[in-house]
Structures are given as C-alpha cells and as structure tokens.
Design a protein around this ligand. Structure first.
Ligand SMILES: [Zn+2]
Length: 210
C-alpha cells in the first residue's frame, strides 16, 4: 500500500529557489544590501532575506522555510500549507499549534509563533494524514494577532567595517537590533485564544460506524 503523499507546504522552500547571493554592507544605522531596492525592507525598515522565488522548481525542502512566502502567509494570514486564506470564524483565525497547554495558564495567549495559520481543509488533512499530530497538536482560534517580531540572522560590523555573521534570533520590531538582521520569518503574537476541537466542525464524509 502506498502511503498518501504529504502536500508540500506553501511556505516550504524548493531546491530551485536559490539563496540570495547579494552583497551585504554595514551602514552607520544597520545592515543593508549594496544594491538595495525599496522592497528589500518591510514597512518597519527591517531588511529581508531576498531568496529567489520559484515555487515547484526542483525538489521541496521540507525543513526549510521560504522567507518571502512565510512572510506573505503571516502578514496576510494565509494557510501555511496551501496558501489560501486561513479559516476564520467568530472565534478567530485557525491555528494548529504544538500542544503546550502545560506551559502557562491561559496558553497560548501571548504566545509568539513563526508558524502561519491554516485553512480548515488543510487542518483536517493534516489530522487525517498524520495521526500522530492528534496527540501533539491542538487547534486554536485566535481572535487577534500582532506581527510583532522577526526571526532573522544578526550581523555586526567588523573592525574593518565589513559585515560579520552572527546567530539567528527573534528580534521585536522597534528594537534597534532589528536594523542589524536579515529577516527570514515573520512572528506573530497570539491573543484572545480559544482551544477548539477540530472534529466539532467536521462534515461527515462517510457513514458513521457502529
Ligand atoms: Zn490550506
């Protein structure tokens, strides 16, 4: 029996999408591309990783997140799996989150996540294709979320003024350090959260077994 193929998530990178090979330079106020264009930065002035965009070319790289599509999905609340608008009802936008309810009372209120939301068909498909997700993930309705930070590579000037590569960190917007990162993922903080049972809204697809 052939296992059902997992969809390639919208935000996954493909081998045909070459990493940006653009020269970085240090300016007095932060990191910049030598040949920078206005759309290399977001509305808060943070520089983004300019990876090429060629979805479907080559092989999917399941473990790699494409910076442009992840940012797009997070900014516009698109499904991370298919790229269609994420599901929203009167309780809010649908997210599938690793179940960390033990972390704090009221979890996941206040959680910062790099994982974009999902649409209902993809959430159901994920639960069907990956039974192991059921115990580890929960569906959450999020009334409000705030694009508050980026996950990015930090840079610092060397003594010669050339860019030196540092680690990857989550940097909040408004923090002066955000001028010194090349952002790879947009982070949202989640508020007004309700843990929901996905099966509640499931349409019956086959006669119920007795
Ligand atoms: Zn979807």
């Amino acid at each position: 029996m052939i296992a059902p193929a997992l969809p390639v998530p919208y935000i996954a990178a493909w081998s045909g999408e070459k990493a940006a090979e653009r020269r970085l330079v240090c300016r007095a106020d932060g990191i910049a591309y030598a040949d920078e264009q206005p759309d290399d930065r977001d509305q808060y002035g943070v520089l983004w990783n300019g990876r090429a965009r060629a979805r479907g070319v080559g092989r999917p790289r399941f473990g790699e997140v494409h910076p442009v599509r992840q940012r797009e999905a997070m900014a516009y609340l698109l499904c991370q799996v298919c790229g269609a608008p994420a599901d929203r009802d009167e309780r809010g936008t649908l997210w599938l989150l690793e179940d960390n309810r033990a972390d704090w009372t009221g979890w996941p209120d206040g959680l910062m996540t790099a994982h974009p939301p999902v649409c209902l068909p993809c959430a159901r498909q994920a639960a069907d294709l990956c039974p192991h997700l059921r115990g580890r993930y929960v569906a959450v309705r999020v009334r409000e979320s705030d694009a508050c930070a980026v996950l990015g590579r930090r840079w610092a000037p060397t003594a010669l003024g050339t860019p030196q590569r540092l680690d990857k960190r989550v940097i909040p917007y408004g923090n002066p350090a955000a001028r010194w990162v090349t952002a790879g993922q947009l982070i949202r903080s989640l508020h007004g959260c309700t843990v929901v049972v996905l099966d509640d809204t499931r349409q019956p697809t086959s006669p119920r077994r007795r």
